[in-house]
Design a protein around this ligand. Structure first.
Ligand SMILES: [Cu+2]
Length: 400
């Protein structure tokens, strides 16, 4: 049988690992090639406003988090998921480097929510801290820099105590990347989200709470997913086609890499590491707004009258939204992002593996600004000791 993507093979692998403690429970998905691949919609900004700080446009989006009923198994019952704008995966953001955004996430689901823009240099109060929850009936505004080079980011739920399974793409383009010949664009740039789930025999989503599972949930079927991704031609199944890897969530690779197999590491819901550089003034930058506390009250989620949302009045009126965008822009949250990024890039370019570690001073929340800009390197130790990716931390925090 021709199989593409090789969903069944991934399940076969899972089944071979099944044990008495971890049995393979979901129904087998055998409707290969019978249902069109759902492609997430492209998110459109609701307003565009001129930043009073930079004079550049910044975009405002609204995302409504709400339940949806999905026919995952064509031959079984529907299941209930929760998704961004009622979609799962959520709508795809197509962003441009240098154009900041504020995304208002409105929670109409029955569980709390916290949104993490995975891989972005985002200040702590907008970075999806697990306790920084938005309850049902509240909204929270997330202020994003979009200052990094082109990369495929994703946004997902990070709230404490439960895994909601919500996720969507946030694709950052930049002019240099768009000039590279041969990269797929527009309708040919199709994001595929890989998510592990477990289903009941009737096709509904397996409920960890109803099954007394308090530690974690390991899915045994995957929405567009395999442990090792590879492609094979329709006419000669079993023959691996070459593919070209050009980037990751850390940006474009230094050069295209040809391969016939791509190993994919799952997001680990049990681990969260935060790299929080909250006080750029400590690093020699003139950072007038401090972002010490991801739970700082003025950035927290708020209640609102339901009619404001439905009739675009009050906090959902254009004038109030513009005021909120001005408020964010005047925080100078991302004013030094490019400088900090350049300092990190420079450090990693000149750092020799195995050389004595000159980064002995760890980042601390001193209240006195240091005088030397070169002390930016003090952030790197924190980053390096916690992650293999050097680009995870500068003007912000980032959680995995
Ligand atoms: Cu994340």
């Amino acid at each position: 049988m021709t199989r593409w993507p090789r969903v069944m093979d991934a399940q076969d692998i899972d089944q071979s690992f099944a044990t008495a403690d971890f049995p393979w429970l979901s129904p087998v998905y055998d409707q290969i090639f019978q249902v069109a691949l759902p492609i997430p919609s492209i998110k459109v900004p609701k307003r565009t406003h001129t930043s009073p700080a930079t004079g550049l446009p910044m975009d405002y989006y609204e995302v409504d988090i709400k339940p949806l009923e999905v026919q995952v198994y064509p031959n079984l019952g529907k299941t209930r998921l929760v998704g961004y704008d009622g979609q799962n995966p959520g709508p795809t953001f197509m962003m441009t480097k240098g154009r900041e955004a504020v995304v208002r996430f409105i929670n109409h689901a029955d569980r709390a929510n916290s949104v993490h823009l995975h891989g972005s240099y985002t200040r702590a109060p907008f970075d999806g801290w697990a306790d920084d929850t938005t309850e049902s009936g509240q909204y929270k505004d997330y202020y994003y820099p979009n200052g990094q080079s082109a990369r495929t980011l994703w946004y997902h739920d990070h709230a404490i105590d439960h895994t909601a399974g919500q996720a969507g793409f946030y694709i950052l383009h930049d002019p240099d990347e768009l000039k590279i010949p041969g990269l797929p664009q527009g309708d040919f740039d199709v994001p595929l989200a890989l998510a592990a789930k477990r289903y009941n025999p009737d096709g509904s989503l397996w409920d960890p709470e109803a099954n007394n599972e308090e530690t974690s949930v390991f899915g045994d079927v995957f929405h567009v997913r395999s442990y090792q991704l590879y492609f094979e031609p329709d006419k000669t199944p079993g023959t691996r086609s070459a593919m070209t890897v050009v980037g990751s969530d850390a940006g474009l690779t230094a050069k295209p890499v040809q391969t016939t197999q791509l190993d994919i590491q799952q997001q680990d819901h049990e681990m969260m590491a935060a790299f929080n550089v909250t006080v750029l003034a400590d690093l020699g930058y003139n950072d007038t707004t401090r972002f010490l506390d991801p739970m700082e009250p003025r950035y927290r989620a708020v209640d609102y009258p339901a009619s404001d949302f439905t009739s675009h009045t009050g906090v959902f009126s254009d004038s109030t939204i513009d005021q909120k965008l001005d408020f964010f822009a005047n925080l100078d949250a991302y004013a030094h992002e490019a400088d900090a990024d350049a300092a990190l890039v420079s450090y990693w370019k000149t750092h020799v593996a195995g050389a004595p570690n000159t980064l002995s001073r760890s980042t601390k929340s001193s209240t006195t600004a240091t005088s030397s800009k070169s002390s930016i390197t003090s952030t790197v130790k924190t980053t390096k000791s916690s992650s293999s990716t050097s680009t995870k931390s500068t003007a912000s925090s980032s959680a995995v």
